[in-house]
Design a protein around this ligand. Sequence first.
Ligand code: UDP
Length: 260
Amino acid sequence: MTPKKTLFGIDIDAMRMPEAVDKLRAWIEADVPAEGCRFVVTPNVDHAVLLQENPGLRDAYDDAAMILADGHPIVWASRLLRQPLPERVAGSELVPKLFDSFQESGELRVFLLGAAEGVAFRAAENMKETWPRVKTVGIYSPPLGFEKDDSENKRILNLIAQAKPDVVVVGLGAPKQELWVHQHHNKMEAKAALCVGATIDFLAGEKKRAPVWMQRAGVEWLHRMCSEPKRLVKRYAKDAWIFPQLVWRQMIGWEQASGT
Ligand code: UDP
């Protein structure tokens, strides 16, 4: 069992990228457990903040089979709070690393769920070129508000069942993707579902990831904010106000517990 580090009420797996890929491969080779398709969530600062006020998201996190630290600030906070995580394991990096691994040995069946109409199709085209052994066996971009429509949810589950993927890459944005997967994972006929935000956009080349120096410096959020200011400025302002409070609260708790 991988050790976990508890940060802001989230039990995050203390693992590096290769271990996360190995674990996914082990799930793909094994039978689906009775509880249903295993799923992965990748917390960043925004998730940590959302989780404080969203019990549904908390429940989804409680049932996730793997919880990986998506953002550098989470890793920095883990060190400050003496719950050190070994490294950042971003969802948008995990997916290509998993594909690399199957390109080296094996064959992987993937279903792309989410992103705007046409984007997943372009992602699949790019994937075919880069990872010929990774087969995109299904694509679906659900319409706005789909999650409240029972027939639409059934339709998605049927599409997945027909396509028989090993992995469903779910890019519906947070917290929608985590809530949807949590609600339906016991009916999802796949070995693993990965809740990975804008990964399908990245695979399609629709959105560009921040330059490597920005990723290394932990300011990828700044790049994202500049590329989608209308959507993200308010969110990041709230996160910048609440997140340090979460860190501080845990720090005080830790200091009291250790008597310092
Ligand atoms: N998205 C979607 N359906 C929705 C809402 C969002 O397919 O109902 C997609 C959107 O097109 C984009 C991704 O979800 O591909 C958003 O990912 P991102 O990580 O940017 O969202 P965040 O979690 O930051 O809100």
